[in-house]
Design a protein around this ligand. Structure first.
Ligand SMILES: [Zn+2]
Length: 198
């Protein structure tokens, strides 16, 4: 339960990141953050949260009283903007692409996903957000050292630099409906079908 995640908003209610429940509770305890009631949006300090937190929330036990686990907290004074730069990594390319092969659309196990260089490295294609996509083993092997048009493949989306709050896995959107209302269009990326782009 303590490994669950809590969404962290800045004082303007913009999503910054997610943190562990343990850390979120620490921030509330120190008065740095308030717990956000998921239906009334009331911001509660420690005491108010213990007294009036959502009755249906999971609770933290074993600390002498029941403490509703906060889904969302808001920082009291931090007004910084979300860090939108996402580190380039294999995992984050998979995340950007929804763990979906960008050629055939399949969603294999992560162990059967690969990174494909759209313009092959052998042709000078860089290792970058714009030239790397998630691909299943079969499509990657079939494409080999060719561009998508040469291999008769079509990218489902134009690969772009992603923008999402740095600490936030965009898949959390589907996993935690309670967060939806706090996540503006930050995560929306237009789907662009490319015909000839290699
Ligand atoms: Zn595929």
């Amino acid at each position: 339960m303590l490994d669950q995640r809590t969404l962290v908003l800045n004082r303007s209610w913009l999503p910054l990141t997610t943190t562990s429940v343990r850390r979120a509770i620490g921030l509330i305890a120190r008065g740095v953050a308030g717990a956000v009631h998921p239906s009334t949006f009331e911001v509660a300090d420690w005491r108010a949260w213990v007294e009036r937190g959502p009755a249906d929330a999971e609770t933290l036990r074993g600390i002498g009283f029941l403490f509703p686990i906060p889904d969302v907290i808001v920082l009291r004074s931090y007004g910084g903007l979300p860090e939108l730069r996402v580190a380039f990594s294999r995992r984050n390319v998979y995340r950007r692409d929804g763990f979906q092969c960008q050629y055939c659309g399949s969603r294999p196990a992560v162990s059967r996903l690969t990174i494909d260089h759209v313009v092959p490295r052998s042709r000078g294609g860089p290792t970058s957000w714009e030239n790397c996509v998630a691909a299943c083993i079969e499509c990657n092997a079939g494409k080999a050292d060719r561009t998508p048009p040469e291999a008769g493949l079509q990218l489902r989306r134009l690969p772009r630099v992603p923008r999402w709050p740095g600490g936030l896995d965009p898949r959390a959107l589907t996993e935690r409906p309670v967060w939806h209302r706090f996540l503006p269009r930050l995560l929306d990326e237009p789907v662009v079908h490319t015909g000839t782009d290699g």
